[in-house]
Design a protein around this ligand. Structure first.
Ligand SMILES: [Zn+2]
Length: 483
């Protein structure tokens, strides 16, 4: 295909020819009504891209979600306000809106403080403050806290090597470093995956050996002494112990002092787990012209952590999905299939929204043509990831060529795209996500610094262009995708 690339910037005819080739359709042989031939599709994709790159719609939406509504942890009043707001906005765009009821965990952060109260060469009448934040779902310490010696391990093997004798009655700190060099080289997700396992299952692993609390070095980039929260998963076979993430600087401090001698910590965490609350996935349909029963999902998750205002995680993803529908209305484009915008609830601490959707639509999986989710921030998009059969990338190559003009022509086959659409992917629905520059994403992820200023308006527009063009292509293609 390389030889045609040069034509694409200037010639829609060439793009149309490429589309016709890749889509395997000759306009003259296609049976039945043809409201949009390959040439017209290419022209419409270019219009979508250009409109996205000049629109401020998504920016205004993410500003409202973050600045006016604020943090949107599942079960919170702000999450409820966000559901109502997005539903209203989608209705204003002319979409058919339904709220899918989902029962969500309702966890509320409390006090969270810690100090080292005994350590080598400690000056009299002093302590060392430790910056930390409770993990979502954590149980509380006694209200006046607990005090215990801290032991530091770098991985699960080191924990097992210590054994019950040296772990029981102590606070365990998992000190696995986030690999910033991986992130800097485009493997931020992998760096996160390597570190986050200790946040996820560290507490139960420590509790099995009798630990009284668990800490993990924050799973994310370091520098400004920010602790990164996130969900933990208590195992059924271990006592539930309080768990928190410490800022990486504080993990270094504790590790240094424990290498010199005994370190004791006073820890206060007072979160509460309330009964499950009622919440909703917000679903808005723009009905297709030829196959309204076939669905292309474009989505992000509406809930966020409570420390920041959920701008890059994942207000940006929600508004990118909203903008796809807004652009179709603005340009009066109506694809063959139904475009379904979904703002998922409870991705962060339960994934109940994504699971409920897949369960409730189990008998209609075949009608789900494809699903897109944006949930890795709002950084410059480099193209898109696809999960499914490799032939999908070949079929979408013409779109990739059009996206090259904005530096977003990369296509990759991956194992997973987004967590809310994961259950659909597992059931055979092809799923997609933009590939985003995520070098700095994990510096702010799940911290108090996930705020609107971290969204670059121009890069947000670029993401809108990629996702709108991808959604429109999927909703318009003449043939089905292999699955
Ligand atoms: Zn997210």
């Amino acid at each position: 295909m390389r030889f045609v690339e040069a034509f694409l910037g200037t010639s829609l005819l060439a793009a149309g020819t490429v589309l016709a080739l890749a889509l395997g359709v000759g306009a003259q042989t296609r049976p039945g009504p043809a409201p949009e031939g390959p040439l017209e599709l290419a022209a419409n994709l270019a219009r979508l891209r250009d409109a996205a790159l000049t629109s401020d719609y998504a920016w205004r939406q993410v500003a409202y979600l973050t600045q006016n509504i604020g943090p949107r942890l599942a079960g919170s009043p702000q999450a409820e306000a966000a559901v109502n707001y997005v539903a209203g906005e989608l209705r204003r765009l002319g979409l058919e809106v339904t709220l899918q009821k989902v029962m969500v965990p309702h966890w509320v952060r409390g006090e969270e403080t810690a100090a080292l109260t005994d350590y080598p060469s400690m000056a009299p009448k002093t302590t060392q403050k430790i910056v930390l934040t409770a993990l979502g779902g954590s149980v509380a310490t006694p209200s006046d806290g607990l005090t215990a010696e801290v032991v530091v391990v770098n991985n699960f093997d080191e924990l097992q090597a210590l054994g019950r004798d040296r772990v029981a009655g102590k606070i365990v700190l998992f000190n696995a470093k986030f690999d910033q060099r991986l992130a800097d080289n485009g493997f931020a997700g992998q760096a996160y995956g390597q570190a986050v396992v200790y946040r996820g299952i560290g507490a139960s692993a420590a509790a099995r050996l009798g630990a009284v609390a668990a800490l993990n070095r924050s799973a994310g980039g370091a520098d400004y002494r920010l602790p990164h929260t996130g969900a933990l998963r208590y195992a059924d076979d271990a006592p539930k112990i309080p768990a928190a993430a410490v800022a990486s600087e504080d993990a270094d401090l504790i590790a240094h002092l424990t290498s010199e001698g005994k370190v004791r910590m006073h820890l206060v965490l007072t979160p509460q787990t309330l009964p499950d609350a009622v919440s909703y996935n917000v679903i808005g349909d723009l009905k297709g012209s030829e196959h309204p029963e076939q669905i292309v999902i474009v989505s992000g998750h509406l809930d966020s952590w409570d420390l920041g205002t959920g701008a890059i995680d994942d207000g940006a993803g929600v508004v990118v999905a909203m903008q796809a529908a807004q652009l179709l209305r603005q340009l009066n484009l109506r694809p063959k299939r139904t475009l379904r915008v979904i703002a998922w609830m409870n991705e962060e601490n339960g994934s109940r929204g994504g699971l409920a959707y897949a369960a409730d639509h189990k008998s209609e999986i075949a009608k789900h043509f494809a699903a897109i989710e944006t949930d890795l921030g709002a950084g410059h998009p480099l193209g898109f990831n696809a999960q499914g059969k490799p032939e999908i990338l070949t079929l979408l190559q013409p779109l990739a060529l059009i996206l090259q003009s904005q530096g977003a022509g990369v296509t990759r086959l991956v194992e997973e795209t987004g967590s809310d659409i994961g259950p659909l992917g597992a059931a055979g629905v092809p799923t997609f996500a933009p590939i985003q520059d995520s070098r700095t994403y994990f510096n702010y992820h799940h911290t108090a610094a996930d705020t609107l200023d971290k969204v670059n308006p121009k890069e947000l527009q670029e993401n809108c262009a990629v996702v709108a063009a991808l959604a429109y292509t999927l909703a318009s293609m003449p043939q089905s995708l292999p699955r």
